[in-house]
Design a protein around this ligand. Structure first.
Ligand SMILES: Cc1cc2nc3c(=O)[nH]c(=O)nc-3n(C[C@H](O)[C@H](O)[C@H](O)COP(=O)(O)O)c2cc1C
Length: 226
């Protein structure tokens, strides 16, 4: 598949067939994904490939507290898990919210669940002294995670970033035997999609790109044709 086609069609896949993801195909996916950049080329990522039922169930269970809050906040019309705005729903209302299967089932039904981790001793966090949530260290691992999904798409497979279990990171680390200095960046179920969405909904370039300054004119230009 052509690169631009892959970029435009790599959707979040949460429904999988029973088809396996053969190890040699997964090896090809990973062999291409590994060319992702990282700060200072330190390559601090570590991926854990989970197939065992008990581990999948434990990961799904660890999703639940964060999914409860996510779901309660969406129902309240809020941006869920936003660091600038605390949740409106009470802790009791959140605890009473049923976690939708939509968030849990992919971890049980995917051919493999890839837990993407990073050695915090290898990342450069140039935003560490700013009075805001950290972003830059994630850039040393998320390009690899996205490459994984792009390469999976190229091979006829798919998956999605999931992050809900990370709210319970200490338990995830214990479950997988991660060293102390590692963080979990994403939990990515991968498998053969039941269906592949062909049109993704994304805002047009002119909605989020401006010239020179934030309040500069929108970059509203027709893309060159090949
Ligand atoms: C940082 C990040 C965290 C995400 N966390 C979850 C998650 O915990 N569970 C889930 O089902 N999807 C999760 N997603 C997937 C997004 O919902 C999905 O990428 C987005 O809705 C676009 O979907 P589409 O490509 O099918 O249009 C996450 C995506 C990103 C980038």
């Amino acid at each position: 598949m052509e690169l631009y086609e892959v970029m435009r069609t790599t959707a979040a896949i949460r429904e999988f067939t029973d088809d396996p993801l053969p190890d040699d195909v997964l090896a090809r996916i990973l062999d291409h994904a590994r060319f992702a950049p990282s700060g200072g080329n330190r390559q601090g990522a570590h991926l854990v490939l989970v197939t065992e039922r008990a581990t999948r169930e434990a990961l799904a269970e660890l999703n639940k507290p964060a999914v409860r809050r996510y779901t309660a906040q969406v129902a309240a019309g809020e941006v869920p898990w936003n660091p600038l705005h605390p949740p409106g729903p009470s802790p009791e209302a959140i605890a009473a919210t049923e976690p939708p299967a939509y968030f849990l089932t992919p971890l049980l039904t995917a051919a493999v669940v890839v837990v993407v981790c990073v050695d915090l001793g290898a990342v450069a966090a140039t935003d560490q002294h700013l009075d805001r949530v950290g972003l830059v260290s994630g850039a040393s691992v998320y390009p690899l995670a996205w490459n994984l999904l792009l390469a999976a798409r190229q091979e006829g497979f798919g998956g999605t970033f999931t992050t809900m279990a990370i709210a319970q990171e200490p338990q995830v680390k214990e479950l997988l035997g991660l060293p102390e200095e590692y963080a979990v960046a994403a939990v990515v179920p991968l498998g053969k999609p039941v269906r592949q969405p062909t049109r993704l909904r994304r805002q047009p370039v002119a909605e989020f790109v401006t010239r020179e300054r934030y309040d500069g004119p929108p970059f509203d230009v027709q893309p060159a044709t090949a």
